[in-house]
Design a protein around this ligand. Structure first.
Ligand code: XMP
Length: 321
């Protein structure tokens, strides 16, 4: 019978044995897996671990703070943040094709991360790379079947083979719910441990049309409002995730105050699911939908319409791109 604290003890011991007196690097995405993997390794080797967080500018409101302030204060970890926002915006300028966006984001991410690693290696002998690989990832990458092939999944932290590192994968035998329990046991904040899935390419694949500073700001504000209201209504546990999508390529006519508007629609895509392979649209209470809609149209001047996606998966995917 494995208790959470025995999993922690066991992993900490194994990590300490594997790394010895060496040094390790861990890429943080803001998500649960990399945070828990990093926290475990921190517990095992202390400040011989350095975490690297790439801010690609496609994050949601508050996510950078969650890593820089909350994760660091919970773990005491050494953190290097790379601000790569401009680089990603430049690379994405004029791009609207979903797969092209994913490729660009994946490519730029790897370049930025590799540069950060080279910088660290120049200062010390970092031989180990921590990865938040879970048991289902291990199984899936063997087969690679199903919807995994529909979109090229770029996992932040997914790195090329030719890197000169030995991998440390302390979550390799765990499922997601176990990882969350381990995270809580390690004292990580609920905002990180309980985070719903969020794609590596971030808001970049939730803007239908060009990703630029303005479209990112519109979407980030609308997304923060939707999340705030869903949390306030106590619905986080019922929803697998709720992508908020900006149709930057679409405009519709509206009326607000005394004037005609010609703004963009925001799509709410709340889904219920067990594993993201299939999903059903979540029947959210009308009052909650109304609050989200009213707030978004009042607080985001560029948006004059909020629509609800009532498509299951299949035929729709969870994300719009
Ligand atoms: P779809 O849209 O394929 O999404 O129904 C299934 C699950 O995967 C997430 N997702 C991604 N995660 N990189 C990721 O790390 C990606 O490119 C990506 N695309 C989709 C999505 O949020 C959902 O949980």
């Amino acid at each position: 019978q494995w208790t959470t604290s025995s999993i922690v003890d066991d992993q900490v011991r194994r990590i300490a044995e594997q790394i010895g007196d060496g040094r390790a690097i861990c890429g943080l995405s803001g998500g649960v897996d990399s945070a828990v993997a990093g926290a475990l390794v921190q517990r095992a080797i202390g400040d011989r671990l350095t975490c690297v967080f790439v801010d690609h500018g496609l994050l949601r409101a508050g996510e950078r703070t969650q890593v820089e302030r909350d994760f660091v204060s919970a773990t005491g970890v050494n953190l290097v943040t790379v601000d790569a926002r401009e680089r990603f915006l430049d690379a994405l300028a004029g791009v609207t094709d979903p797969e092209e966006k994913r490729k660009i984001i994946g490519r730029e991410f790897i370049r930025v991360f590799e540069q950060a690693e080279r910088d660290l290696k120049a200062q010390g002998d970092y031989k180990f790379l921590v990865q938040g690989t879970l048991y289902p990832d291990v199984v899936e990458s063997g087969g690679g079947e199903g919807t995994a092939n529909i979109k090229s999944h770029h996992n932040v932290g997914g790195l090329p083979d030719d890197l000169q590192f030995e991998l440390v994968e302390p979550l390799r035998l765990l499922f997601k719910d176990e990882v969350r329990r381990v995270g809580l046991e390690l004292g990580l904040p609920a905002t990180i441990v309980g985070r719903q899935p969020f794609p590596g390419p971030g808001l970049g694949i939730r803007i239908i049309g060009e990703v630029n500073q303005q479209s990112l700001e519109i979407l980030r504000t609308a997304d923060a409002i939707a999340r705030e209201e869903l949390t306030a209504a106590g619905l986080d546990q019922e929803i697998w995730q709720c992508p908020v999508v900006l149709l930057a390529d679409v405009r519709s006519v509206g009326v607000q105050g005394d004037g005609r508007t010609y703004g963009h629609p925001i799509v709410l895509r709340p889904v219920s699911s067990e594993d993201a392979m299939t999903a059903d649209w979540t029947r959210l209470p009308y009052e909650v939908l109304e609050r989200i809609s009213t707030r978004i149209t009042n607080e985001v001047p560029e948006v004059n319409r909020v629509v609800l996606d009532v498509t299951s998966k299949p035929p729709g995917t969870i994300e719009w791109e």
